[in-house]
Write a protein of this length. Structure first.
Length: 276
């Protein structure tokens, strides 16, 4: 399965090689066990168990409403903010059950940063977008703030574009620059995990390419989980891919296998555009 069916999609030219067995990048950082979530009477996730490897990019794919973003929000407990949510099962990060009673969601969100579909810079200067978040976490000395702001902007591949206008409004940046600023703001806190919910869906192809290049750079230091509807994007940037349908995890494997030789016909049908 896959050799003939997938040839026309030209995925073979853009899929990265299967992850090497580097022991420093081959351990699971995020784990779900029998995770079920419901919004009132409506079940959004059904018995999902998976392990996400450290310092790799894992993509969640599937049709709208299949539970991808819901699962992503489980990792930083953003679903706690929604009424009538019930959760069964376990989510562990670094071995810690993040839904245990003694876990502070605010502290958890320092460990698990999030980049949203629509860029959401603060209505402040470029500098203050990052410095404000740092101050909230206790960093106040100006020299240290300057250093971390620069490091974060460099880490988001934005420094050279904005270094001469750090005190200009962030709202004057292009859409792609605003999204990279939001990524800089996220990495400034040095989280363990970065969640990205369709971070390039509102961007043009050039800005999308810059964000994708940035994701590939960031995985050297961060574990990244991305929700995307763009099959080629998932193939280009992820090491592992999980396919969801109607709240269930249908298949989870290396991206190379998912896109060239999936085990489930349902996965192949979605990848080739037969449904979804």
């Amino acid at each position: 399965m896959g050799e003939t069916t997938f040839a026309n999609l030209n995925f073979r030219t853009i899929i990265p090689p299967a992850p090497e067995d580097d022991p420093t990048r081959n351990t699971s950082l995020v784990e779900t066990e029998s995770l079920t979530l419901a919004y009132g009477p409506a079940t959004a996730l059904k018995n999902v168990s998976l392990q996400i490897r450290e310092r790799m990019v894992t993509a969640f794919i599937g049709p709208s409403g299949c539970g991808k973003s819901t699962l992503l929000r489980c990792f930083n407990r953003m679903n706690d903010l929604i009424d009538n949510v019930s959760i069964d099962g376990h989510v562990r990060i670094g071995g810690q059950d993040i839904y245990a009673r003694d876990v502070d969601p605010i502290e958890l969100r320092k460990r698990v940063g999030m980049v949203f579909q629509k860029s959401n810079p603060f209505p402040k200067s470029i500098y203050e977008n990052i410095a404000y978040a740092l101050r909230l976490h206790g960093l106040r000395e100006r020299a240290q703030l300057d250093e971390v702001v620069e490091q974060s902007l460099r880490g988001a591949a934005l420094w050279d574009e904005v270094k001469d206008r750090l005190h200009a409004s962030a709202l004057g940046l292009s859409g792609g620059q605003q999204q990279r600023l939001c990524i800089a703001r996220t990495i400034a806190i040095q989280p363990e995990v970065i969640l990205m919910d369709e971070p390039a869906s509102a961007l043009d192809p050039l800005a999308t390419a810059k964000v994708e290049d940035l994701i590939l750079d960031l995985k050297r230091d961060f574990t990244i989980v991305i929700v995307t509807h763009n099959m080629q994007q998932a193939a280009r940037i992820s090491d592992y891919t999980a396919f969801f349908y109607l709240g269930e995890l249908v298949e989870y494997d290396t991206t190379a296998k998912i896109f060239t030789n999936p085990s489930k016909k349902q996965t192949e049908d979605y990848i080739t555009g037969r449904f979804g």
